[in-house]
Design a protein around this ligand. Structure first.
Ligand code: FAD
Length: 307
């Protein structure tokens, strides 16, 4: 891995856009973290493939979506962060299949499916990320998850080779995709089942209302911090219940706080650093382990260096 900051001069000529010293805090829900050496927004799939092929392999390259499950550390990210833009946001419906670019917002995909009378994608209404993030995280909500509806995903590996992955190839499990490491997803095909648009929309409205009532969705947050543990190990208790049990609700470190509304959500109250958030989350993990014996697993992804 390169030891010095990467600049545009280390990178191949592309048709897309490079931004040096790019502020990543503006691109994540938590609104914290240092800059990326370089942010790359490819013009299209060929441009991404060319970039991955020609960029020296010792330069780290990391894909992000809209940063709704991401904590960027305060020292920023050495290397290149790839963020897909509008060329990757297309959504098309063909019969019961929905084809979506990896930068398409999950809720928009859910809405397009509903309008075309394709049921089964309603849960995407409750996930504020992109399709790329949903593939990488096996995103899910209210009883549905990406693995239930995915037919295949298209991705490029770090050498720029195009790959088509079937549902089985993705090695999905709860909030996890075993195939995602080192892959850059560009699109996906989902399949639903027929239903009346009005009925699908009513279910989506219900999901919206439940989220609004239970999650701090207007705050600077990263969504669920910990994946729920295996019920066999936690006595059926979810992450938020374990945090509640140890008295973690509302805990504050620096300007980072455990949400009062949903204690598996962390909040940047305004001036939190990534270090505040990481320390707060680790303090919960430690206390939950000591007091209940349950080891919680981070669902939020962390990238970059500490200061
Ligand atoms: C208020 C709130 C509520 C939430 N509720 C839910 C919920 O109910 N269910 C749920 O599952 N999640 C939930 N989340 C978490 C989050 O929305 C999901 O994990 C989402 O799938 C992340 O997508 P993203 O585009 O924001 O990805 P990011 O946060 O930007 O990245 C997350 C991971 O995905 C990878 N990734 C992103 N794009 C690509 C790509 N194109 N190719 C390869 N890898 C990629 C990144 O490398 C990273 O490892 C919530 C978050 C918030 C803030």
């Amino acid at each position: 891995m390169v030891e010095r900051p990467v600049t545009k001069t280390d990178l191949p000529f592309v048709r897309g856009k490079y931004v040096e010293n790019a502020d990543l805090s503006a691109l994540t829900w938590f609104r914290v973290g240092g800059p990326a050496d370089v942010l790359f927004m490819p013009a299209d799939e060929d441009d991404l493939a060319h970039f991955l092929k020609k960029t020296p392999q010792d330069i780290p390259v990391y894909p992000i979506g809209v940063g709704s499950n991401l904590l960027v550390r305060d020292g920023g990210v050495r290397g290149v962060v790839v963020r897909l833009g509008s060329p990757f946001r297309k959504i098309a419906v063909d019969g019961m299949r929905v084809i979506a670019g990896a930068a398409a917002i999950d809720a928009q995909v859910a809405k397009a499916a509903a309008k075309a009378g394709v049921a089964g994608l309603e849960f995407f209404r409750g996930v504020p990320g992109t399709i790329g993030g949903a593939l990488a995280m096996n995103a899910g909500a209210y009883g549905g998850e990406t693995k239930d509806i995915l037919v295949e995903a298209v991705a490029y590996d770090r050498r720029g080779e195009r790959r088509v992955l079937s549902n089985v190839d993705m090695k999905f499990s709860y909030r996890y995709c075993g195939a995602a490491k080192g892959l850059f997803f560009t699109s996906a095909i989902f399949e639903g089942r027929p239903d009346e648009p009005a009925a699908i929309e009513a279910r989506m409205d219900e999901i919206s209302a439940r989220r609004e009532a239970t999650q701090p969705i207007r705050e600077r947050t990263g969504g669920s911090t910990f994946a729920n543990p295996d019920p066999a190990h936690s006595g059926g208790r979810k992450s938020w219940q374990l945090i509640e049990e140890i008295g973690g609700r509302g805990r504050v470190i620096g300007d980072a706080q455990v949400s009062e509304r949903h204690c598996n959500f962390m909040i940047n109250r305004g001036k939190a650093t990534a270090a505040d958030l990481e320390e707060l989350i680790e303090s919960l993990r430690k206390d939950v382990l000591t007091k209940t014996g349950v080891a919680l697993r981070w669902e939020i992804r962390r990238i970059g260096e500490r200061l």
